[in-house]
Design a protein around this ligand. Sequence first.
Ligand code: C5P
Ligand code: MG
Length: 172
Amino acid sequence: MHPALPPQSLIEVRTGLGWDSHRTAPGRPLILAGVAIEADFGLEGHSDADVLAHAVTDALLGAAALGDIGMHFPDTDAQWKGADSLQFLHHSVHLVHLAGLEISNVDATVILERPKLKTYRTAIRESLATSLGIPVDRVSVKFKTAENVGPVGQGLSAEAQAVATLIRRAPR
Ligand code: C5P
Ligand code: MG
C-alpha cells in the first residue's frame, strides 16, 4: 500500500489490459508515447500509429470498462487520419476521471526488433506520466525483441502491451 493512501480510503481497485500491433513501413514516423524514435522505418496506421499510446489507452479503457480505442476513435473517421495518438490517451484519462477513478500506475512493454529503445526510456516514461497526470515513478516501460522469431522478430511489425491499475477512493 502506498503510504499516501490510507487503506480505509480505498474502495475499489481495477486492472485493465491493452495490446496493439502495427506493421512497419519505410517513410513512416516511429513514435512511441509521443516520442519520435530515430529509425529508417516507421509504423503504418490511420493515426500516427503510436503503438504504445494505443496499448496504454486500451488498458485505461479496459480498467474502467469503457470499451476500446476503436469505439471512441474509429479508424474509418477522417478526423483521426494522421492524428497524434496522445489525444486518444488524454481522452481516455478524461473518461477515467469522469468515472470517478484515479490512475494508480501503468506498466507497458514494447516489442520491437530494432532499434534499441532503452536510451528513450526516460523520455517515454516522462511523456506517458505527463499524459496520464501521474508521477513518473508510477509509470514503467520495458522493451523486448522477439528474438528474430515471427513477424515482430522479422521486423515486419511492432507490438505493445500495457496494464493499468485504477483506484476509487471513498468519498470524504
Ligand atoms: O529481447 P531481449 O531479451 O534480448 O532484450 C534485452 C534487453 O534489450 C531488454 O531488456 C531491453 O532493455 C533492451 N531492448 C531495447 N530495445 C529493444 C529491445 C530490447 O532497448 N528494441
Ligand atoms: Mg494502434
